[in-house]
Design a protein around this ligand. Structure first.
Ligand code: SF4
Length: 384
């Protein structure tokens, strides 16, 4: 590939893309090297008349040292850095805002994409873990009725490079905690876990998500263990079957939120296409094939899906599966009819699942005051 003719790949998916024109305030859009595989990067460097080891140096600057700019790559010849900078960029994302929770343990970032659309990513700091929640699409077309991201619909799929770039941003930040916003970060100073639970439905952008996952888990690139990554889906059955054949030990999480079609159709509209019984059958196939435990996400909403009969119905349907249920107190969305269940009712719901043979725990809610729920910061910024 010639650096002069290098064109950013178009997002690959069956989804029709919305307007991707560049807005007036968006940065000049140069293609990002994060879209390239190692052989493609080698070809690019060879086109510059440079020896092969220069491509290796460039790759390591990006994936091992998290360089975001060619100027940082001090062992590359200035002529090569200048030539690359004229036609490409490393990082396709620009920072719009980064907010830190009062406790300092949650940071949410709003990034602008080259076409002006915005996406969110969240860093959650635990004792021994540094977990990133990243986005797979700008917006989302799944229309879940309780979700802030759904309100704006789908903008477009993220490219593989835009997905990887979110991780590299925080890897760089954790490795250099003196960077803004200043914050004391104890070890580990590396990304330890990634969850694809930000904006978008990862299975709806399957090809780009899996290109990104292979880059993130490749020991020669970012090199995070697949078992430390979780992909969350509302339940696109064909893609769950496809994931079972990928051969990477990425964790699967299914956002269920209701044990029957009548209720789930109201909360998760894609359920009309992939009903509960078929979804659970797909999960069973997945477990049989991979021998891996699956997580079900269940966001508790007061008076909607948190009753004891529903807890019992859920337990009955999940009991035979090798699974775990993450019960999530809903992050409240302003003006939404969906409000979080009380702590007491949440504990009762979890207890009923546990007493009826389904392992369940409450996921700690993080960053309410910084709009850490999916899609909330973006909406807050838009309405500010
Ligand atoms: S909950 Fe997830 S899948 Fe549903 S609309 Fe929001 S981002 Fe999309």
């Amino acid at each position: 590939m010639n650096v002069q003719t290098f064109v950013q790949p178009t997002p690959g998916s069956p989804i029709e893309l919305a307007d991707t024109s560049i807005t007036a305030e968006s940065p000049a859009s140069l293609p990002s090297l994060l879209e390239l595989s190692q052989p493609e990067l080698a070809e690019l460097v060879a086109q510059q008349g440079q020896p092969a080891f220069r491509a290796r140096q460039l790759w390591e600057w990006i994936y091992k040292h998290y360089a975001a700019d060619f100027d940082e790559m001090t062992n590359l010849p200035k002529t090569l850095r200048t030539a690359l900078a004229a036609t490409a960029t490393v990082n396709p994302l620009s920072l719009v805002t980064q907010v830190v929770s009062a406790a300092g343990d949650t940071q949410k970032v709003l990034f602008r994409l080259p076409d002006g659309k915005t996406i969110e990513a969240v860093l959650m700091i635990y004792d021994k873990r540094r977990t990133l929640c990243i986005s797979s699409q700008a917006g989302c077309g799944m229309g879940c009725t309780f979700c802030a991201t759904a309100l704006g619909g789908l903008g477009r799929n993220l490219t593989a490079g835009e997905i990887v770039a979110q991780v590299l941003y925080f890897a760089r930040y954790l490795a250099r905690p003196e960077a803004e916003p200043k914050m004391a970060i104890a070890r580990p100073t590396a990304v330890t876990n990634i969850v694809l639970m930000g904006m978008g439905e990862p299975m709806h952008n399957y090809r780009n998500v899996w290109t990104a996952l292979r880059r993130l888990t490749d020991a020669d690139a970012f090199g995070l263990g697949a078992r430390h990554i979780t992909l969350s889906t509302v339940g696109l059955i064909p893609m769950i079957d496809r994931m079972a054949d990928e051969g990477l030990q990425i964790n699967l999480a299914v956002s269920l939120h209701a044990p029957n079609d009548k209720l789930r159709n109201q909360l998760v509209p894609i359920n009309a296409r992939y009903p509960v019984a078929e979804l659970l059958a797909a999960v069973e196939r997945y477990i049989t094939k991979t021998n891996r435990r699956v997580t079900f996400e269940y966001a508790l909403m007061a008076g909607i899906n948190d009753s004891q009969p529903l807890a019992l119905e859920l337990a009955t349907k999940l009991r035979a599966l090798h699974c775990h249920v993450n019960v999530i107190p809903l992050n409240p969305v302003p003006d939404s009819p969906f409000q979080p269940t009380s702590d007491q009712e949440t504990q009762r719901f979890v207890q009923t699942l546990n007493e009826n043979g389904v392992p369940a725990t409450v996921r700690i809610r993080r960053g309410i005051e910084i709009n850490a729920g999916c899609g909330q910061l973006q909406r807050a910024m838009e309405s500010a």
